[in-house]
Ligand binder design. Structure first.
Ligand code: UDX
Length: 443
């Protein structure tokens, strides 16, 4: 079985490399020639631990590689090559709306269709509004020369940035939405190396498969906003949200994962997925079922405003001209992704209100500069905090967790730190003479 992967962003590049790792011949396609050129020369255009090594292990033309993985911009080549085509294009939020932009997925189907001349399986992996697979399936059957023999399946992906390779090769579960025994058999054969080692396989219809992904992301977002709502109550009552979540986590029905209170969720998935889900529920006349997600979103955004408020408080009530160091730009550690980054959002708000903001991040500086060119950027923690009136710790990189409060105290203008991720040790910082404040914890 030969595989193609259409769209070589985060999802597609990871999927292509992992399918090669499972032993398949893989051809990746992107419409961006510079993206294809970078991948073909062994460079992954985003930071993802382990991905570049895996790409190089299988990249065609590299000495010592298996040669199973190639990249192209040619739809014709893709049509000739693949028995199974994975659609991995992105579905961003539409500008000014909650709904997701399906144009990349739709155009992938439309551009592929004329080249599907023999029976093939087109497998959607992108996160899409429920009902999309059915619609795309009809569209494909109408426009592919192979007609209904070019079948659609939906196989949502649950990978997390920072763990993308491991999540793909060792997933918690595989979900496949299919309409025929043949499609199921093809996907079973394809994922046999994972199924054989015990990965649960859930076989569903199209809408259920689509919903598993949006429901999972909504649940995770809700869990984070739940604990952040508790953080608000903790702030009002003098309780400590870190102890609270630790105690809740002992209840195995609740569990401790995704129960870390702080600046809340960002990134290219959770925020836009819950909004697109609300929009789709509205179209289906089921909007009441998801009104709680509006609150999940609001709680999440309030954490950012609260951090700005705390920074202002620490600056004596006015931000104008105050120097603020922001540690972290990526939406989470081990990623260079700054899409909907809570850290950059806070940095931007502070700057708009007159503060002089200097940002440092171990990996996301280039992307941050592109998105927020007007902020100042430093090359190290020490450079960022030098002369700062307040230090904001907003993305919990390992480098920040192991900062030395004594060393930093010598270069700041005032030793004040706000821990937006609740991972620093308050006692250690206070012992070194710092004013330590965090979201949801007593001052
Ligand atoms: C998410 C889903 O986890 C993944 O299954 C899906 O395929 C894509 O979306 P990702 O966006 O990579 O993955 O990040 P994730 O690890 O889920 O974190 C999302 C955000 O939540 C980050 O901003 C993180 O800082 C925040 N978060 C996470 C918290 O604020 N508290 C937590 O306890 C956990």
């Amino acid at each position: 079985m030969k595989i193609t992967v259409i769209g070589t962003g985060y999802l597609g590049t990871t999927h292509a490399a992992c399918m090669a790792e499972l032993g398949f011949e893989v051809l990746g396609l992107d419409i961006l020639p510079e993206r294809v050129a970078a991948l073909a020369s062994g460079n992954v255009p985003m930071y993802e631990p382990g991905l570049e090594e895996l790409l190089r292990k299988h990249l065609h033309g590299l000495e010592g590689s298996t040669g199973r993985l190639r990249f192209t911009t040619s739809w014709e080549e893709v049509g000739d090559f693949g028995d199974v085509h994975f659609i991995c294009t992105n579905t961003p939020q539409r500008r000014g709306e909650f709904a997701c932009d399906m144009s990349y997925v739709e155009s992938a189907f439309d551009l592929l269709a004329p080249h599907l001349k023999r029976p093939t399986l087109v497998v959607g992996k992108s996160t899409v509004p429920v009902g999309s697979a059915d619609r795309l399936s009809r569209r494909l059957a109408e426009s592919a020369p192979a007609g209904a023999a070019a079948e659609v399946a939906w196989n949502p992906e649950f990978l997390r940035e920072g763990f993308a390779v491991d999540d793909t090769l060792n997933p918690d579960r595989l979900v496949i939405g299919v309409r025929s025994a043949e499609a199921e058999a093809t996907l079973r054969e394809l994922y046999a190396p994972l199924i054989d080692k015990g990965t649960p396989l859930v076989v569903t219809d199209f809408p259920t498969a689509e919903l598993v992904k949006t429901a999972a992301n909504s649940f995770l977002a809700t869990k984070i906003s739940f604990i952040n709502a508790m953080a608000e109550v903790c702030e009002a009552s003098g309780a400590d949200v870190v102890q609270l979540s630790g105690a809740l986590a002992h209840d195995t029905r609740i569990g401790g994962r995704f129960l870390n209170a702080g600046l809340g969720f960002g990134g290219g998935c959770l925020p836009k997925d819950i909004r697109a889900f609300m929009a789709r529920a509205g179209e289906l006349g089921a909007d009441q079922a998801l009104t709680f997600l509006r609150e999940v979103d609001s709680i999440n955004m309030r954490r950012r405003s609260r951090m700005v408020e705390l920074a202002r408080e620490q600056c004596g009530g006015a931000l104008l001209g105050r120097r603020i160091a922001v540690l972290g730009a990526a939406f989470k550690p081990d990623s260079d992704d700054v899409r909907d980054s809570p850290a950059l959002n806070v940095a931007g708000q502070l700057q708009l209100q007159g503060a002089q903001v200097t940002v440092y991040d171990p990996k996301a500086m280039d992307n941050a500069r592109k998105m927020f060119p007007a902020l100042n950027y430093a090359e190290s923690v020490l450079e960022a905090v030098t002369g700062a009136h307040v230090v904001l710790h907003l993305t919990e990189w390992q480098e920040f967790r192991s900062m030395d409060p004594d060393e930093l105290a010598e270069v700041v203008a005032e030793p004040r730190i706000l821990d937006g991720r609740n991972v620093l040790d308050p006692q250690q910082w206070r012992d070194a003479g710092w004013t330590y404040r965090a979201l949801g914890r007593p001052s």
